[in-house]
Design a protein around this ligand. Structure first.
Ligand code: HEM
Length: 490
């Protein structure tokens, strides 16, 4: 007997299911009433951007900043990572957010595979007392390790690979240099990424990151629950196992690296050591590789700037091995690196912050439990702060007029107590390689480069700006050029 007073047809069931689905999607995507006072970046173009795989930096320049300019605001609401999130687009307001002692890092759902890879028991994800303990151990260990000599060794290997010059896929070299720098400097292990590019650890890491970065899963992390990607999860677990094996080896063979220094602290568990190694890998490798790719690109694109920075490097370093004190006397090189990381900000946004009381950011009161981030890419391209932000101009860090505002407006490494604790490590990694390249080569972009008009980044799991398919033509300097001739006039 039919318990219903009518017999639903297949069409009825389909319509009902569609209505329920539409209602569910509407409820998920609509702006919650308590956030409606904050200007909202229109949803449809955002969704279109996410599903088409547009990179964060392009989305910021094409959608977020123009919208903010129209609304005359530096605080906007953006649908991101499956949630409505407050994005702060200016450094001073970012300071208000990130230096507020009541604000902490939002715990991330382990649904999203990137967070599963990184784990929770580390300096990056923790808060309160646990964060203080991790910060103390990791910061001290990094500060005790400034392997400028090792960076120079690796730079020499890069130079031997580039040889007498020719066309090189530079983003690949930058990746392999930073992998080896992380391996030897942080976990004291030689991945041999430069000399043996098909080494299993390196390949596995790249495969893991590529697999994690599927646009649909980045936009809707809840898909991991509905359509779990078992294969990717197994790849992550096997990568984490490899990291554990490296740690076991390191315990038996201590060296001069961050992990050995961390082991001096008896205060951590094995899981905490492991998660800290992985987080340093994820936080430090791609970001620095992206920065190194970008600076070489900008110097290729602007030969006069390349010539000027080479002149400074030759005058200060001569043919000596790079040392920390050399770089106290290279203001133009430092400005070039800063400008490059402003223009193509390696890490576009901070981890979301949250608070259980209302937070004031500029004119807006943000209700409790709302995720909030500083969008560093937007802060670096904000016209209210930077003159001609789309122009590559290292001089802005040296000229008095703009220099006034640059220290606090340049937020590549974040702001406040949770600012990047390895920023010096990364800066020396970049300075050493770039200065040694400048002493050996001049370089240009190929005429048919896909980056001819602007630097194109690849799609990433977490708002990173990493140039892709970046080919560069290197030419070895002649003795005359090294003695002060003008290579770029050739
Ligand atoms: C150009 C290179 C780098 C950039 C642009 C960068 C950027 C950042 C930013 C913006 C933050 C703050 C995130 C937030 O507030 O949510 C951060 C934190 C962090 N970075 Fe870096 N980073 C770089 C290199 C490195 C390197 C080489 C390492 C490790 C070897 C590293 C390890 C960390 C760690 C552990 C944190 C967490 C600090 C904390 O939570 O207190 N970073 N980084």
């Amino acid at each position: 007997m039919n318990p219903l007073p009518f017999s639903p047809s297949v069409l009825d069931v389909f319509l009902l299911a569609s209505c329920l689905l539409c209602f569910g999607v509407y409820r998920h995507l609509r702006v919650p009433p308590h956030l409606q006072h904050i200007p909202k970046v229109p949803l449809l173009p955002l969704l279109f951007s996410y599903f088409s795989g547009e990179v964060e930096e392009q989305r910021v320049k094409r959608l977020v900043l123009p919208f903010a300019r129209r609304m005359q605001t530096d605080v906007v609401l953006v649908y991101c990572l499956g949630d409505w999130m407050v994005q702060v687009l200016e450094a001073k307001l970012g300071k208000q957010l990130l230096e507020n002692p009541n604000v902490w890092k939002q715990r991330q759902s382990q649904d999203m595979l990137l967070w599963r890879l990184i784990g929770n028991d580390n300096v990056f994800m923790s808060n309160g007392e646990m964060a203080k303990r991790h910060l103390r151990v990791v910061r001290t260990a990094i500060q005790q390790t400034m392997p400028v000599g090792m960076f120079a060794d690796l730079a020499r290997t890069v130079i031997s690979l580039v040889g007498d010059g020719g066309r090189v896929r530079w983003d690949d070299y930058a990746n392999r240099y930073t992998l080896d720098a992380f391996g030897r400097g942080v976990v004291g292990y030689d991945f041999e990424a430069l000399t043996k590019p098909l080494g299993s650890f390196v390949q596995r890491y790249q495969e893991v990151m590529a697999a994690i970065a599927s646009p649909a899963y980045v936009v809707l992390p809840v898909l991991e629950r509905w359509l779990p990607r078992w294969r990717v999860q197994r790849m992550i677990d096997s990568f984490v196992d490899d990291m554990c094996k490296i740690m076991v080896e390191k315990r038996q063979n201590p060296g001069n690296d961050v992990l050995t220094n961390m082991f001096k602290e008896p205060d951590m568990t094995e899981v905490e050591y492991r998660d800290n190694c992985i987080v340093m890998f994820v936080a430090g490798h791609d970001t620095t590789a992206g920065a190194i790719s970008s600076v070489v690109y900008f110097l290729a694109r602007y030969p006069q700037i390349q010539a000027k920075v080479r002149e400074e490097v030759l005058a200060v370093l001569g043919d000596e091995d790079p040392r920390v004190d050399h770089f106290l006397r290279t203001p133009y090189l430092n400005a070039v690196l800063r400008e490059s990381m402003r223009h193509n900000t390696p890490s576009n946004a901070t981890l979301p912050r949250i608070c259980d009381t209302p937070v004031q950011i500029g004119p807006y009161t943000i209700p409790p439990n709302t995720p909030m981030v500083l969008n560093m890419c937007a802060a670096h391209h904000n016209q209210t702060v930077w003159s001609s932000p789309d122009v590559f101009d290292p001089q802005r860090f040296l000229d008095d007029a703009e220099k006034e505002s640059t220290p606090s407006s340049w937020v590549t490494f974040g702001i406040g107590p949770r600012k990047c604790l390895a920023r010096n490590f990364s800066m020396y990694e970049q300075r050493v390689l770039v200065s040694m390249l400048l002493r050996e080569y001049r370089w240009t972009l190929p005429d048919d480069s896909v980056h001819r008009d602007y630097l194109k980044n690849g799609f990433q799991a977490f708002a990173l700006s990493l140039p892709e398919d970046l080919y560069i033509d290197f030419t070895r300097l002649t003795t005359g050029e090294l003695k002060g001739g003008s290579p770029d006039a050739l």
